[in-house]
Design a protein around this ligand. Structure first.
Ligand code: BES
Ligand code: MN
Ligand code: ZN
Length: 507
């Protein structure tokens, strides 16, 4: 049968392009870089202290080239016929740690972007131990070299094949275990990027569920898919209401990771999976920003991607995930302003703006997580323009009701360099969500939009310890910047992995 040329997910689709690609790149810890086979060699240089042995230049010569070893800067020195030598600034030696090493590896991987095989020489890991350093270096290189080029007939970027790490003074077996961790976290984040970068017509809610099923089989977690009829039976009026304008069916995808040994607790992860957000009847005005609304499923992508790492890391807690997937479209059947939707569990919500759809799909997921008896919830959603306006593209908004969970997310954010900043869950704004005719309105006032959206979710969370990540700002990057490659960033994937790995009930 001839296929529709725009049809998307190939019949044999079992995973995403990055899985194949990042599995193809090997990262090796070596005593000596193999200069004869490498296209580029990066040498990390601090902005103070001695230059690394073998760099036969002095600070004055470097300064004449404009290179002061500031973080993220590089100086490429082509030498004869050998590999390109790249000096990679890491800033002051006293401030060097895992995050600086990740940045440096990313900057170098880009500077050596013409080479499939690259090597990094690390004279010192600063405050990072061998494993942490190797993990960060691996992540930096693999995340920086990510490209979404599967739809280009002639991809122009050179794919990474091999990364050699020469880390002076590091124990090789510890460094190798760090590499193994970095391979898994980078693979997961790149998978989330693939999903978010996929065109909205290519990756529908149904397609997302198919991908989840394939990933579950490959990475050892259970996947249960709920179609429209099953969602009706569950009473998921939020997801169904938002879906009403769409020609595509909704899907709720439930993920479950069960640890091998005794479980240390049960963590629930809920992700917003709006495959495309047109605004619905409250149609978004035409604006380049709306090209990005295919990424409105970035939260669901990061939850799904995080699950691919749990078995590899032997996570000890039970982890359940809810991906709330549909697009938000205007049509003759679309939900309207003034409609009242009934959430799973019975809460009624007056729709005052169909573009505030994220909270409507999330409410059903949060109720289901609570019914499942989770010990804590982390939800992640490209929820509000307000988060983007307040904190920009590098820092996500963090809100919640529980100091321990908030602290866990902050710890994970610091370790992964996926930055977060707390906003207050100011309960006095809650009355902005009162409705004349229903239990709640889906629209707050004109100010503090990230807070009022979180207060809406808080209604469904109840007393369960909870942290909420609003990743509307951080879901994509306008330019290549350290480990963030232009386009979808996969933000939150590494935070969720880090939180889930160490999760135990009651802190
Ligand atoms: N998906 C958007 C939020 C968004 C904005 C994500 C920019 C990424 C970049 C969300 O569904 C939305 O439309 N939010 C509205 C809510 C408003 C109508 C209360 C917003 O923030 O403007
Ligand atoms: Mn919207
Ligand atoms: Zn949205």
């Amino acid at each position: 049968m001839t296929r529709d040329p725009n049809s998307l997910i190939p019949d044999d689709f079992t995973a995403t392009p990055s899985l194949a690609r990042s599995d193809a790149a090997t990262v090796a810890v070596v005593d000596e870089l193999d200069e004869s086979s490498l296209g580029a060699i990066g040498v990390l240089v601090t902005s103070d202290g001695e230059l690394p042995a073998g760099v036969d230049l002095d600070r004055a010569a470097l300064a004449r080239s404009g290179f002061e070893a500031k973080p993220g800067t590089t100086l490429a020195l082509p030498y004869g016929s050998g590999p390109l030598l790249v000096l990679v600034g890491v800033g002051p030696g006293g401030e060097l740690g895992a995050n600086e090493l990740r940045d440096a590896a990313a900057a170098f991987a880009r500077a050596g972007s013409k080479s499939a095989r690259i090597g990094i020489r690390v004279p010192s890991t600063g405050s990072a131990d061998a494993a942490g350093a190797a993990q960060a270096l691996t992540e930096g290189a693999l995340l920086a070299r990510y490209r979404f080029d599967t739809l280009k007939r002639e991809p122009k970027d050179v794919a990474l094949e091999r990364v050699e790490l020469r880390i002076d003074g590091a124990d090789a077996s510890q460094a190798t275990s760090g590499v193994d961790v970095g391979l898994v976290t980078a693979r997961a984040a790149n998978l989330a990027r693939d999903l978010a970068n996929s065109p909205p017509g290519h990756l529908t809610a149904t397609g997302m569920a198919d991908v989840a099923v394939a990933l579950g089989e490959r990475f050892g977690f259970d996947v249960e898919v709920f179609d429209r009829q099953q969602l009706i039976e569950l009473g998921c009026g939020g997801l169904l209401g938002v879906n009403r304008g769409s020609a595509e069916e909704p899907r709720m995808v439930k993920l479950r990771y069960t640890p091998d040994g005794e479980s240390t607790g049960h963590l629930g992860l809920v992700g917003k999976g709006i495959m495309y957000d047109s605004g619905g009847i409250s149609l978004k005005p035409s604006d380049p920003m709306h090209l990005l609304m295919k990424m409105d499923m970035g939260g669901a992508a990061s939850v799904l991607a995080a699950f691919t790492a749990l078995r590899d890391f032997g996570a000890t807690a039970k982890v359940s995930g809810w991906l709330m997937c549909t697009d938000n479209m205007p049509s003759g059947s679309a939900y309207k302003l003034g409609d009242v939707l009934t959430a799973r569990g019975g809460t009624t919500v007056e729709v005052k703006n169909t573009d505030a759809e994220g909270r409507l799909v999330m409410m059903d997921g949060i109720v289901l997580a609570n019914e499942d008896g989770v010990d804590a919830i982390v939800d992640i959603a490209t929820l509000t323009g307000s988060a983007l306006m307040s904190l920009g593209q590098i820092t996500a908004a963090l809100l919640g009701n529980d100091e321990t969970m908030l602290g866990e997310v902050e710890r994970a954010a610091a370790a992964t360099d996926e930055q977060v900043w707390r906003l207050p869950l100011e309960r006095r704004y809650r009355k902005q969500l009162d409705s004349e005719i229903a239990d709640l309105s889906n629209l707050g006032g004109p100010y503090a939009g990230a807070t009022t959206a979180a207060l809406f979710l808080a209604h469904f969370v109840g007393e369960t310890p909870w942290a909420h990540l609003d990743i509307a700002g951080t879901m994509q990057s306008d330019a290549d910047d350290s480990w963030r490659s232009k386009g979808a960033t996969g933000f939150g994937t590494r935070i969720l992995i880090e939180v889930a790995r160490g999760f135990r009930a009651n802190g």
